[in-house]
Design a protein around this ligand. Structure first.
Ligand code: COA
Length: 292
């Protein structure tokens, strides 16, 4: 990765392990704290190994960072913007745009992100070719309030088996991500089967009340209704730490209405922004906001 200096004395370059502390400082200043955020060396280390991370400095001080990762998209590999954070004291001075120009230097057909609702985020992503398509809801609730649909069983598995299922179903190897997710606190790979046939596979993880379903891949032969049922079956099978677990779902996902009816709460939302609406299937995907 090259290093670029803008007219405002901003230098943008590829990040290295030696930047972890400075990246954590920016993440914490931007309100990102705790496990599997920019403040967590395990998370940023994973992005350094499997994606691209860039930092922006002003007068030799890191004031922003961003990261991309190639993921499975419908129709091929999609570049996902996983993180873009600028020190709040420096917002609105071109740092976010400079980081984005470093991470996405050329126009590419397939790009996406889960945008925050920060007022600078959506206009910035829109200006580089992404449109806002649907909200990704952060849902939390009591797993014992969720009724597992008839015929579904959920069993613990291994990251290798889960990524094999996902690769068979999507053609893309997410082995490194499942491996990293299962190494997180309470990380558990799992497979959901309907009448004994494995039809969804994923990973649950997270510390304390952040525990929840991180990512679930549906088999292509699942109907939308069955995709919803698979999520309900998995959530009903999760053992919560303190009476609630989490999952992020597209607002149009068939599991959303039953979860809200069961008393689950939407605690936040991001916006799925992408160069094409169909890069993710809003009726079927269960993506992690950081890595999809
Ligand atoms: C979102 C974020 C990364 C953007 O970085 P930034 O340095 O503040 O943004 P920039 O100054 O580079 O660019 C913002 C652009 O949005 C435009 N903009 C800002 N507010 C706007 C508004 N209300 N309407 C239209 N455009 C707006 C600015 O004019 C600028 O465009 P320009 O380069 O053409 O002038 C940064 O604000 C941030 O860290 N926010 C908090 C964390 C967060 O939510 N990150 C996003 C995670 S998805």
């Amino acid at each position: 990765m090259t290093s670029r200096t803008s007219g405002r004395g901003l230098t943008v370059r590829g990040a290295a392990l030696g930047d972890l502390e400075a990246i954590a400082r920016v993440a914490e200043a931007a309100g990102q704290r705790g496990e599997w955020t920019g403040a967590d060396p395990a998370y940023v280390g994973h992005l350094l190994r499997h994606g691209r991370v860039a930092v922006a400095s002003h007068e030799d001080r890191v004031i922003g960072f961003g990261a991309t990762r190639d993921i499975a998209g419908r129709g091929g590999v999609t570049s996902m913007l996983c993180d873009l954070f600028v020190d709040p004291a420096q917002h609105g001075h071109g740092c976010g745009r400079a980081l984005l120009a470093e991470l996405w230097p050329e126009p590419v057909a397939q790009r996406m992100t889960f945008s925050s609702r920060h007022p600078h985020a959506l206009p910035l992503y829109t200006s580089v070719g992404l449109d806002a398509w649907w909200p990704l809801l952060y849902l939390a609730g009591d797993p014992s309030a969720v009724r597992s649909p008839a015929g579904w069983t959920v069993a613990p598995s291994s990251p290798e088996a889960v990524s094999r299922f996902e690769a068979d179903w999507t053609g893309v190897d997410r082995g490194a991500d499942h491996d990293a997710w299962t190494r997180r606190p309470n990380g558990t790979a799992l497979v959901a089967a309907l009448d004994g046939r494995p039809l969804a596979a994923g990973t649950a993880a997270g510390a304390g009340d952040d525990f929840g379903l991180v990512h679930l891949a549906p088999a292509p032969r699942l109907s939308d209704t069955q995709a919803g049922d698979s999520v309900l079956a998995v959530l009903a099978a999760l053992e919560s730490m303190d009476g609630h677990v989490r999952v992020c779902l597209p607002a149009p996902h068939p599991a959303v209405r039953p979860l809200l009816a069961a008393g689950w709460r939407a605690t936040d939302l991001d916006l799925f922004m992408a160069t094409r609406a169909d890069l993710l299937d809003a009726r079927r995907c269960v993506p992690s906001p950081a890595l999809a």
